[in-house]
Design a binder for this molecule. Structure first.
Ligand SMILES: Cc1cc2nc3c(=O)[nH]c(=O)nc-3n(C[C@H](O)[C@H](O)[C@H](O)COP(=O)(O)O)c2cc1C
Length: 197
């Protein structure tokens, strides 16, 4: 097993997987665009079905003219803390292969985009930042704001920032500002069978 960040795996793994977590307390400092592009570069080296690379990233940097517009596209409970991030990203995936007129739907576009987000989160940690995924985003407004056509799926948001002291958070968020645990591996990994639950 491996121990790190108040977490313990059941089998030996790289500490990086335990060290990555999703804080909400961010410093609100400005990030160099190149630092964010390193994370997005790592993300786009993710594997994908037939190397279709269906992930798309729309981003804004803290301090830019776009910042308030991006914050407003999060649900209120996420706005509260994510406004102090250094970058906000919306992940969109392309739901068809090739040209839309060819009508070849992709089965794996969301799965592939999820892999890319995972890579981004790991690169963020390696670069001294944290990435926090958000399902709580205004999907329809994002589609309208960025003119995202049919066939593309608005997947999730990501807040990227440097860790701050949890005193910057509301009481509710302060109480849940710690690295979470996981179910026992035996509840999710089955040798030769499937167990629903
Ligand atoms: C796709 C996705 C959506 C999430 N949505 C939200 C969200 O809207 N708001 C929030 O505060 N955290 C959100 N989270 C963070 C999860 O709650 C967190 O990843 C999970 O509890 C595991 O904790 P850890 O990332 O610290 O290991 C989301 C995470 C993912 C991957």
């Amino acid at each position: 097993m491996t121990k790190s960040n108040n977490r313990e795996s059941q089998y030996p793994i790289e500490p990086l997987f335990l060290d990555r977590w999703s804080p909400r307390a961010f410093t609100g400092e400005v990030i160099e665009e190149a630092a964010l592009l390193s994370m997005l570069d790592a993300a786009h080296w993710a594997p994908s079905s037939a190397n279709q690379q269906p992930w798309r990233f729309i981003y804004a940097l803290k301090g830019s003219d776009d910042w308030d517009k991006f914050v407003a596209l999060l649900v209120e409970s996420n706005q509260e803390w994510a406004k102090n991030a250094s970058a906000l990203i919306f992940v969109v995936s392309k739901g068809f292969n090739g040209d839309i007129s060819e009508g070849r739907k992709s089965y794996t576009h969301s799965f592939d985009a999820g892999t890319a987000w995972g890579y981004l989160a790991l690169q963020a940690k390696l670069s001294g930042f944290y990435a926090h995924g958000m399902g709580g985003i205004e999907h329809d407004k994002i589609r309208q704001t960025f003119d995202i056509p049919e066939g593309y799926r608005v997947e999730a948001g990501i807040a990227v920032g440097r860790l701050a002291d949890k005193s910057v958070l509301s009481e509710r968020n302060r109480e849940r500002e710690f690295p979470s645990q996981r179910k026992p591996l035996s509840e999710v990994a089955f040798n030769g069978k499937f167990i629903a639950g």
